[in-house]
Ligand binder design. Sequence first.
Ligand SMILES: Nc1ncnc2c1ncn2[C@@H]1O[C@H](COP(=O)(O)OP(=O)(O)OP(=O)(O)O)[C@@H](O)[C@H]1O
Length: 317
Amino acid sequence: MDGIQFMLMMAVMWVGVYEIQRGAMTMGDFVAFLGYVLIMTGAVYSLFTTYQSFQPMLASMDRLKELFSMVPEFERDKDARKLYVPEAFIGRVKFDKVSFAYGKEPVLKNISFEVLPGEAVALVGPSGVGKTTMINLLLKLYIPQSGAIYLDGVNLKGIDHVWLRRQIGVVSQEIFLFNDTIENNIKYGKPNAGHDEVVAAARKAQIHDFIMGLPDGYNTVIGERGTKLSVGQRQRISIARAFLKDSPLLILDEPTSAIDVETERSIKESLSNLVKGRTTFIITYRMSLADIADKVVGIVDGSIARAGTNQEILKTV
Ligand SMILES: Nc1ncnc2c1ncn2[C@@H]1O[C@H](COP(=O)(O)OP(=O)(O)OP(=O)(O)O)[C@@H](O)[C@H]1O
């Protein structure tokens, strides 16, 4: 019983004693009445807490829906049917002399590099140099003022953004978990997946044993943003989600920035399995994560300062 229920009970007792004293109620009536009040306050209270727990979930769902349905400004006036929907994504991404500014100040200056199908590239550089901006361009949230990005040889500008975002899986430092079961949280990447697929994804993310150790297993309800789990466990749930979605294009946005070095080491193992066979962009300021990439592109002040295989670049730092 919480504070509000206790105060309500005291008030009912006080009224009850008064009513018995003046003869309007027998002791039996009072006990029955007290029972009803208890049942009713319990029901109202649980309705209230259920509603409270739904509220943040609905808010998170709305935030995500909003994000996924964002239409780039330059496309709003166009007939979306004119945009090209490729049959499949083979996996080649090319930045060709890309320059971009949000306002007057240039953020990206003449960026050129290519990622081959199934290759992972790490975009490395200090804060504010334009790494996230490159991903914003890849997600088609903006288009370059000059130069272009090509997907399998087709200018991204003409590709349907809904199709594009279906090809992309994201594991980021910001982990969206809903106030729902672990199973449903993993399934968010593929809502119609069966239980066996969820388990297979959790195994690949090395979180299956932990889940099975919980009293309710995959039916365990986790709090908004996974507050009942450690940062590492939450990140593994989001990695399982990405394994289940199985998208050909992957973005890892500082996925280990909030994790200690020891946990990072074990999570890196899952991440390096996740990137296998997928064209992947890894945004990171830590060289420690760059070693799961095939290539490293070092960005300084909106330009490419150095680029090469990770072995070549790691030798120079
Ligand atoms: N929506 C925006 N509108 C205006 N300026 C922006 C916007 N987003 C980023 N910038 C600016 O563009 C520059 C590059 O930002 P960006 O986020 O791409 O850098 P970053 O290398 O990803 O940094 P971090 O590692 O801190 O995320 C910064 O000067 C930033 O302030």
